[in-house]
Design a protein around this ligand. Structure first.
Ligand SMILES: [Zn+2]
Length: 96
């Protein structure tokens, strides 16, 4: 009976967004595909607007009505984790 727990723990990383169980990437296949299309889109935007940042791009994508649900979730997740990291950095700085 303990074995089942151990097994699910080993398999057990889940998608950073939807909690589906994943094997090797931080995202499930749906969100991995969405992330890939975000990255592809970013390189296209880059050629039109060379100065655009990844965050700015994600922001703009979120405002587009054509953006699919999976992509929106990935973009939101990326923005959130970026903000969390900024917060962490500033906390570190104030502590020192
Ligand atoms: Zn997912």
């Amino acid at each position: 009976m303990g074995d089942r727990w151990a097994l699910s723990h080993e398999a057990g990383s889940t998608c950073a967004i939807c909690q589906r169980v994943v094997s090797s990437s931080p995202y499930c296949k749906y969100h991995a595909i969405a992330l890939q299309s975000l990255r592809d889109g970013y390189s296209k935007w880059k050629s039109a607007y060379p100065e655009i940042s990844w965050e700015r791009y994600l922001d703009s994508v979120l405002k587009l009505e054509v953006t699919g649900q999976w992509t929106v979730e990935v973009a939101r997740n990326k923005i959130r984790s970026k903000k969390a990291m900024n917060k962490l950095n500033s906390t570190e700085r104030t502590q020192k």
